[in-house]
Design a protein around this ligand. Structure first.
Ligand code: KG4
Ligand code: ZN
Length: 324
């Protein structure tokens, strides 16, 4: 079995995965959403302190599996440096105490593998990752052959939901709150401009849309918020659809997946489903509980890394806020 630890942002999570079967034997996550909600976003130092409290508590519950552990995996990048270090320090301690090797996992690959929890992998795959930290399209041929073909130049898709929610005082995380409010609203009432509509560039941008929404919020009354939320969600998704359509002209998808916290958004899922219809492409989605950050996805990557002997020495494991 492999023990896996995730602490890249505001979720403290630990999982135990069986190597031979991919079976998820144990998974527990303690989310810090309530603690950060009053600030309208994640406060890194507060998050680090909460991880330091939560992770050892979850680890205690894994004691029955200690004897069967063959490796300990941990998210090492990308994420918040001060929170990553909490997970990495704990993983190093476990590695020394149980004399088992370390596996340093990339969080984004973790999100891709959220599709394969308790399952076999399916490649090649075109993946849209939409989370709080990233918006990118990747071509995935295998665990170690991943090419990023488009990414955001500024804010991410999920982050823009968080910021719009903050403007409307809806708390953190903003995604679920905006999605709920948008369901009652008129998607056509506010005519926000689709970002990068006339540029050929395969890239995403959400800061302009965010500012357009800010102006609309400032000029409106709270009863208009549902229409602003609906129009914003519509244009934010349309931007992704528009760029994907462009990409598909030369790279038609066979297997397509949406992963990351914001892949839980049902409006986006519906729009992507429509987009894929003419291609007859298969749409892969993670279970809703594994869209947001979790340790089960880190454990699933670690199983494949373990089989390929992809271990990292104690000195080599370094937290990295960004990946090159
Ligand atoms: O993957 P994740 O848990 O953490 C990162 O790796 O960033 O993603 C969290 C992000 C937040 O920005 C949150 O607002 C967004 O995912 N999110 C959503 C929805 N649920 C979560 N965005 C839009 N619609 C949702 N239903
Ligand atoms: Zn994430």
């Amino acid at each position: 079995m492999i023990l896996s630890i995730e602490s890249s942002c505001d979720d403290s999570a630990i999982a135990v995965t069986e190597i031979a079967t991919n079976r998820l034997v144990f998974h527990k996550k303690i989310s810090q959403e309530i603690e950060h909600s009053v600030y309208g976003g994640v406060v890194p130092e507060l998050a680090a302190r909460l991880h330091a409290e939560a992770l050892p508590k979850i680890l205690e519950q894994c004691e029955p599996y200690f004897k069967e552990l063959k490796a300990v995996a941990v998210t090492a990048s990308p994420g918040l440096a001060v929170t990553l270090i909490e997970g990495v320090t704990l993983a190093k301690a476990v590695s020394i105490a149980l004399d088992i090797p370390l596996i340093a996992v990339n969080h984004l690959i973790g999100h891709i593998y959220s599709l394969f929890i308790e399952k076999e992998t399916l490649f090649p795959l075109t993946v849209l990752l939409v989370s709080g930290g990233h918006t990118q399209v990747m071509e995935v041929k295998s665990l170690s052959e991943i090419t990023t073909v488009a990414k955001s130049m500024d804010d991410s898709f999920g982050e823009s939901f968080d910021k719009v929610a903050k403007m409307m005082r809806l708390g953190y995380p903003g995604g679920p709150a905006i999605e709920k409010l948008a369901k009652e609203g008129d998607r056509k009432r506010y005519n926000f401009t689709v970002p990068l509509l006339r540029t050929p560039q395969l890239a995403f941008s959400y800061s302009g849309l965010k500012n357009a929404v800010r102006l609309a919020v400032e000029k409106s009354e709270p009863q208009d918020y549902k229409d602003i939320a609906a129009s914003f969600e519509h244009i934010a998704s349309k931007h992704l659809i528009h760029k994907l359509k462009k990409y598909f002209q030369t790279n038609p998808p066979k297997n397509f997946a949406i992963v990351g916290g914001a892949s839980a958004n049902l409006y986006l899922r519906g729009e992507i489903q429509e987009l894929l219809k003419p291609y007859g492409a298969k749409l892969l989605l993670s279970e809703l509980q594994y869209c947001s950050d979790n340790a089960a996805m880190i454990g699933r990557v670690a199983v494949d890394m373990y089989k390929k002997n992809m271990f990292t020495s104690m000195e080599e494991v370094q937290v990295a806020p960004r990946v090159k």
